[in-house]
Design a protein around this ligand. Structure first.
Ligand code: LLP
Length: 409
């Protein structure tokens, strides 16, 4: 990937941002964040869904605040995410709580803070929730997460709706849990949820999921159990290399048609990546160049602890110099300082000649980038900056060496 002009994020040059905030640096464009949310809302305007931003993709408070102000809710998977969502101004009645291993403390916190619904993923979790609801004398809002055994044809690590996955419950068990919940004085059956995986670029698996979900809704209705909401999870894919971006217009048509028999039913979506991936860029500086008899390396100051997706999933992120360079393009491996051969940002990339000090941009890093960063190799985590027009705001300061040892005794 090459760019003809100096790379800018909205009105600011990438190089000026690194000069001001250091490297490696995560930079997010506010316009891009809002643009994606607006596009999704527009595509689904006929059904006006509640869009619950899957904040695991990027839980930074400022990012969540932007989503909240634009009317989104949150999909959370831990007590930590609940507290962060509320701190960012998310309204609890727009928060849904997913996850196979919610602890008693987390269930209690969710009930006390009055989240919209808990997406229950097992029979034992339902029992635990009922016990806590009884003790708190507060009726628990319950949705059951269906595992429809659908293969979304994405990376195996991010497939969640197959029978061999730990997520949700299969249809017969789902029916049993709905019936059980509907007879409990401490549980209020609200809806059904189904999230089948991530980075899905095709609408077909959603069509199958919709069929599974509406099958359950119908069968329950026949037994007098009326659901109020259907949540189709997240998973909408973006373009990293040559995949096509998820056609949200087509998806909206499919889900809207599936729910047409139930006009009052609320539609929920839990997108993470689709909203934030494009908005984020990881900027890094070239430290050194070196070659072996077989490969050429650019060693940069960002590593797998900053962006783990290439190492974890073999993910491909576009990479380009922030300032256009001339000269013949050569295949290089862009690698970090961490002591593992899996520590790479990109392999075999055709780049013009780069020099130590040059800034490289790793694109599409807004989702599951900083969110999955660590301090591996005792590396302080990067800073995060939000750009709005020609203003840049530090939204998470760079960690220091002190931060790394702060909790050690
Ligand atoms: N809802 C639930 C219940 C989820 O588990 C997830 C993601 C989402 C919504 C949002 O999915 P999205 O719209 O972002 O695809 N670290 C991996 C992705 C893991 C996804 C986990 N669950 C990656 O970097 O590709």
């Amino acid at each position: 990937m090459t760019n003809k002009k100096n790379l800018r994020i909205e009105g600011l040059s990438a190089e000026s941002l690194v000069a001001r905030f250091g490297s490696p640096l995560y930079v997010y464009s506010k316009a891009s964040l809002l643009g994606r949310l607006t596009a999704l809302k527009r595509a689904f305007s006929k059904r006006e869904p509640l869009i619950c931003y899957a904040m695991k993709a990027n839980p930074n408070r400022e990012v969540c605040r932007i989503m909240a102000r634009a009317g989104a809710g949150a999909d959370i998977v831990s007590g930590g995410e609940l507290l962060r969502a509320l701190a960012a101004g998310m309204r609890p009645e727009r928060v849904v709580f997913s996850g196979v291993g919610k602890t008693a403390d987390e269930l209690e916190l969710a009930l006390k803070r009055r989240v919209l619904t808990l997406n229950v993923e097992s029979s034992e979790e339902l029992d635990a929730l009922e016990r806590i609801a009884r003790r708190l004398k507060r009726k628990a809002p319950v949705s059951i997460r269906l595992n429809p055994d659908i293969d979304p044809k994405t990376h195996p690590h991010i497939t969640t709706g197959r029978s061999e996955n730990k997520f949700g419950v299969e249809r017969p068990e789902a029916m049993r849990l709905f019936r059980k919940a509907s007879t409990s004085p401490w549980l209020r059956v609200q809806g059904i949820q189904c999230h089948i995986g991530s980075q899905i670029t095709d609408t077909r698996p959603y069509g199958l999921a919709a069929r599974a979900v509406t099958g359950v809704i119908k069968e329950l209705a026949g037994e007098g159990i009326a659901l109020e909401m259907a949540d189709f999870g997240g998973g909408l894919g973006v373009t990293y290399q040559n995949e096509r971006e998820h056609p949200v217009g087509a998806l909206a048509k499919i889900l809207t048609a599936a729910l047409a028999p139930w006009p009052a039913m609320r539609l929920l979506l839990e997108p993470g990546r689709y909203l934030v991936a494009d908005a984020g860029i990881l900027l890094t500086r070239v430290l050194y160049r070196k070659s072996t008899s077989r490969r050429r390396f650019l060693i940069v100051d960002a590593a797998m602890n900053d962006l783990g997706r290439p190492a974890l999933y073999g993910a491909w992120h576009p990479i380009a110099p922030a300032r256009p360079r001339t000269g013949p393009r050569q295949a290089v491996d862009i690698v970090g300082p961490i002591c593992e051969s899996g520590d790479f940002m990109g392999r075999d990339r055709l780049l013009p000649p780069c020099e130590p000090g040059d800034v490289l941009a790793i694109f599409k890093a807004g989702a599951y980038g900083f969110a999955m960063s660590s301090q591996y190799n005792s590396r302080p985590r990067a800073a995060e900056v939000l750009v709005e027009g020609s203003r840049a705001k530090l939204i998470r300061r760079r960690e220091t060496l002190k931060d790394i040892v702060r909790n050690e005794l």
